[in-house]
Write a protein that binds this ligand. Structure first.
Ligand code: AMP
Length: 398
């Protein structure tokens, strides 16, 4: 059943707690990428325009509660104050910030909020009970508002107090960002127009086994690249040199190759190097020509051609994980090549499941060439595995 969205709520004059994902990268107090703040603006602006008193809650980074000194340092460096300052420049409404997660100052600030104003609460992870979904903390936070909106997709796969805890107490709805994530990912994973081609890469097979198994149910082809391809090659008896190998996943790889016969497509050539940190000899060879002492770090041009043919005519493309060590320019051609191929596909719905492949596409100028780029790495991975995400499940149905 469809979930309620923010448009289903009567928000005028109400204190609306919105869980947003303001977990932005900050260096020396400066936000280096404000995509996540931008992503929350449609919901924030809608609430402001409709006279809500908007209370924003988010985590920022990880906070160490086990070591008193580290906790002090985290509380000093992981404040949401820079985010509040950045948000103030992006909205027409007044943005208040309160440097606490409980107590009189927070409660007074909320009570003083006028309709159409925004308050940012300090980093939710400053509370030790946040990641434990502590019931007392959830009840306290819920007592501060009338309604709850979940607009944080990046944490939707976690059951924390600021999403599942509050959402299980207050009347709830999805924000626009999460609504779009659910709509697009559901379309790609559950109601996809065929042919469906999935591209799965990244470092480890172990991280993607459940995704591959789930997508084998619906995808017509699964193209595999990146470091994880080498465990499959090894399972086929190929020499892989010093390439990434998960020895304990060889049986799983064999099993997937068997189950996915006719669907799984592996690289045919690759870019190899004699060393990872300091490669002095880099060359492209077929995958059955890998010399001992070398490691595979990107897919090669013949593979890109093969993948182009497999993608030709696809109506749905799902991509998760880079094709090589794309952080280094000399091993980024495979990942950028996949962006180019997908950008050239007429009429295909294309979805990137967050994480590294999403940043590769965005940083190389392909953001507008995809139908959807997910904002949640772990959350979209779990969605693609077919799991129910607790932060979404908790939101009331229409
Ligand atoms: P993941 O988080 O599983 O999507 O993995 C992303 C990481 O995989 C990136 O940091 C890539 O550098 C790395 N990666 C991709 N291909 C390879 C490869 N052939 N060898 C080693 N690491 C790789």
């Amino acid at each position: 059943m469809a979930k309620r969205t923010v448009k289903d709520l009567d928000v005028k004059g109400k204190k609306v707690i919105v869980r947003v994902d303001f977990n932005v990268p900050i260096t020396d107090g400066v936000i280096t990428d404000d995509n996540r703040i931008q992503g929350a603006l449609p919901t924030i602006n809608y609430l402001v325009d409709n006279g809500a008193k908007v209370i924003l809650m988010s985590h920022l980074g990880k906070v160490n509660h086990k070591d008193a000194e580290k906790l002090q340092a985290d509380m000093a460096s992981k404040s949401l104050l820079p985010v509040a300052n950045a948000l103030q420049k992006l909205v027409d409404a007044k943005v208040h910030f309160v440097a606490s997660t409980r107590g009189k100052e927070l409660e007074d600030s909320i009570n003083e909020l006028a309709e159409g104003e925004i308050l940012i609460v300090e980093n939710t992870r400053f509370e030790v009970g946040e990641t434990k979904n502590d019931s007392k903390l959830s009840e306290y936070w819920a007592s501060l508002g009338d309604l709850f909106v979940n607009d944080a997709f990046g944490t939707a796969h976690r059951a924390h107090a600021s999403n599942v805890g509050i959402g299980s107490i207050l009347p709830s709805a999805l924000g626009f960002l999460v609504e779009k994530e659910v709509e697009m990912l559901s379309k790609a994973v559950y109601n996809a127009e065929k042919p469906v081609v999935a591209i799965i890469g990244g470092a480890k097979v172990s991280d993607k086994i459940l995704v591959i198994e789930n997508l084998l149910k619906t995808a017509d082809k699964i193209l595999i690249g990146g470091g994880m391809a080498y465990t499959f090659f090894k399972a086929q008896g190929l020499e892989i040199g010093n390439s990434l190998l998960e020895e304990d996943r060889l049986d799983v790889a064999k099993d997937i190759l068997e189950k996915g016969k006719g669907k799984i497509v592996l690289p045919v050539d690759h870019v190899i190097a004699n060393d990872f940190a300091n490669p002095t000899d880099v060359k492209t060879v077929d995958v059955d020509q890998t010399p001992k002492g070398y490691m595979g770090l990107d897919i090669g041009p013949k593979t890109l051609e093969l993948f182009r043919k497999e993608l030709d005519g696809a109506k749905t493309v799902i991509w998760n994980g880079p094709m090589g060590v794309f952080e280094k320019e000399q091993f980024a051609k495979g990942t950028i090549g996949i962006c180019e191929i997908i950008a050239d596909l007429p009429g295909a719905m294309s979805v990137i499941g967050g994480g590294d492949s999403a940043s590769a596409a965005i940083n190389n100028g392909f953001a507008d060439d995809f139908s959807h780029i997910s904002t949640g790495g772990g959350a979209s991975l779990e969605f693609m595995e077919g799991k129910e995400l607790p932060g979404i499940a908790i939101v009331q149905d229409k």
